[in-house]
Design a protein around this ligand. Structure first.
Ligand code: SAM
Length: 302
């Protein structure tokens, strides 16, 4: 039984059923993805978003916001190691990290793995996303919300980022995709990126989840240009996140200082300062994630 994009599951047919994921307007409109929902674990409408948690068989419990897959228990580590572990390894020994969004707790868990870390400040708009993720996707945060080094702020990332000055080594922008009227839209702007730069220390790094390079290369190109208007050094990394069904997913890094390519030895030294072994990010993946096929390199340089 197909479900329309973003439609509630209330009044749905018997489980299991097919759910059609609504894709952001700038995605290829000739594309739809359907997932088989074995069980609806939770559903509610918060003041900001439609929150759903589905049991999706091979992907396990999955968080959706406004009908779009955000985090799947089975492969969240790919996304969170790229958006959070990578920039922290790139900067070296992060002491203070800012996370804007990240309500599922996956990015927070990654930064708390650094023994050098003193403080992780996470600003998410929607307390309900945090509570629902704690309860239905505990394997994503793994207690990170209760770590004494974590400071959880409920509020708009755009307002909060303006309160910080030269404080953070890394800023992770782990927001919902910009949609026609979503709460994250204003945070994909030059103004917001300039505010983030002011919140970072001189050699600080910003990391931005940047959507699908395969299905929205033009959006990634524009976002990179917007980021480059605030940060002189910008670099693109990519990875495949199976549950996103988005082909190559894009992650942009930005800094006021050159983004050096770490040597294997330097990468390993920095990894020695991290608790546990990464499941996705290795030195070879780090290097490979910077490589682009010529056709996409051409689109991005367009
Ligand atoms: N990995 C996901 C992705 O790539 O689409 C993002 C996951 S995370 C759950 C997205 C978070 O962004 C949500 O918890 C949402 O509440 C938060 N968010 C959206 N707009 C925001 C804003 N203006 N300020 C702070 N958080 C915001």
């Amino acid at each position: 039984m197909a479900q329309g994009p973003g439609l509630s599951t209330e009044g749905r047919a018997e489980e299991p059923f097919w759910f059609t994921e609504s894709l952001p307007p700038y995605w290829d409109q000739n594309l739809r993805t359907q997932v088989r929902v074995h069980r609806v674990l939770h559903e509610e409408r918060s003041p900001y978003q439609h929150i759903q948690v589905f049991e999706l068989g091979s992907f396990g419990p999955v968080l959706l916001l406004d009908g779009i897959v955000q985090t799947a228990a089975a492969d969240e580590f790919v996304y969170h190691e790229m958006v959070a572990l990578l920039p922290c390894l790139q900067v070296g020994q992060p002491r203070e990290v800012l996370i804007i969004g990240g309500g599922d707790g996956g990015a927070l868990r990654q930064v708390l793995r650094f023994r050098s870390l003193r403080r992780a400040v996470m600003v998410d708009l929607d307390e309900r996303v945090i509570e629902v993720s704690r309860r239905f996707l505990p394997s994503v945060s793994q207690g990170a919300f209760d770590d004494p080094r974590a400071e959880i702020i409920i509020g708009d990332g755009q307002e909060w980022v303006r309160r910080f000055r030269r404080r953070f080594d890394v800023a992770i922008i782990d927001l919902t995709d910009p949609t026609s009227d979503g709460p994250s839209n204003p945070l994909y702007s030059a103004e917001f990126f300039r505010d983030v730069r002011r919140a970072l220390r001189a050699r600080g790094i910003i990391s931005v989840q940047s959507g699908s390079l395969t299905y929205q290369a033009d959006w990634v190109r524009k976002l990179r240009a917007t980021l480059a208007s605030a940060f002189p050094y910008v670099r693109l990394h990519t990875a495949m996140v199976p549950s996103y069904q988005a082909g190559l997913y894009a992650f942009l890094l930005g800094s006021g200082r050159p983004l050096q390519q770490l040597t294997r030895a330097a990468f390993q030294r920095r990894l020695d300062g991290v608790t546990g072994e990464p499941q996705y990010l290795s030195y070879d993946i780090y290097r490979a994630s910077m490589a682009l096929p010529p056709y996409l390199a051409r689109v991005l340089s367009g």
